[in-house]
Design a protein around this ligand. Structure first.
Ligand SMILES: [Ca+2]
Length: 261
């Protein structure tokens, strides 16, 4: 009886060690960015992966949106009010939220991905409204400047059906080439800005969150989230004013992500 028990114990230990070895051998794919991961592992599904940017100092986790047109590294997602976006410079620089849900990856990480000049990057912005509609904006040659430039936004040629809200609905509010602003870090070009009878010093204060504001402008996706029925009329909110021209309309959900080419 004792030896039967011993055998059973041995068998259990053997099976356990086999299972452990099997789980160890399944290494999750990694690469410089989600595009590289998708290219080397075409079957890889959307989820959290570790990336090590080319010439980047450190590796870090990102959410990869794996699509037929390649792997996209997500750096912004909004879908509700659970993660607050009214945060300061340090938070926008370092990132916040949950990678599998609403989050901001962090300007420093996006910079470290896009500073490699041997690759070009496409920015895709996905937008969802409260009525079941969606639209997108895509930009070639996306990159950010370093922290000394305020993580200045650079975008190239636009395509999409949401309109080019980064360059703006009218002249003088082009966000391309502007640094990032938060409530404690002012790069917005307002000192002050005059809108009708309103004088404004800081776009971040009325928008609620940080952005590459240019005399405020037509795009602002990090403002306060507002639910259906209460999403119209807010100066804060998730705005893409070349799509929702009956401004101010706060979007239901947004996603910003980049792909290397
Ligand atoms: Ca200002």
């Amino acid at each position: 009886m004792k030896s039967v028990f011993g055998c059973a114990l041995f068998l259990f230990a053997f099976l356990l060690s086999c299972t452990e070895q099997k789980s160890r051998s399944v290494a999750s794919p990694h690469g410089a960015d989600c595009t590289e991961i998708k290219a080397s592992s075409p079957q890889a599904s959307s989820g959290v992966y570790v990336v090590q940017p080319v010439r980047g100092k450190a590796s870090f986790k990102v959410y990869c949106e794996m699509r037929a047109d390649g792997g996209w590294t997500v750096f912004q997602r909004r879908s509700g009010a659970s993660v607050a976006f009214n945060r300061n410079w340090a938070a926008y620089k370092n990132g916040f939220g949950d990678l599998t849900q609403d989050h901001w990856l962090g300007l420093r990480k996006v910079f470290s991905l896009t500073k490699n000049k041997t690759r070009k990057w496409i920015l895709r912005v996905d937008l969802w409204d409260h009525e079941g509609g969606n639209a997108f904006a895509q930009y070639k040659n996306f990159r950010l400047g370093n922290e000394g430039t305020g993580f200045k936004l650079h975008v190239g040629k636009f395509k999409g059906n949401a309109g080019d809200a980064i360059r703006g609905a009218y002249a003088g509010i082009d966000q391309n080439g502007f640094g990032f602003s938060t409530i404690d870090h002012d790069n917005d070009g307002c000192s002050p800005c005059i809108f009708g009878d309103i004088s404004q010093m800081e776009c971040s204060f009325s928008a609620g969150g940080g952005w590459w504001f240019s005399r405020c402008g037509s795009a602002s996706l990090n403002g306060d989230w507002h639910p259906a029925g209460d999403h119209i009329g807010w100066a804060s909110g998730l705005h893409w004013e070349t799509w929702k021209t009956r401004a101010p309309y706060s979007l239901k959900a947004t996603r910003m992500m980049i792909k290397s080419v």
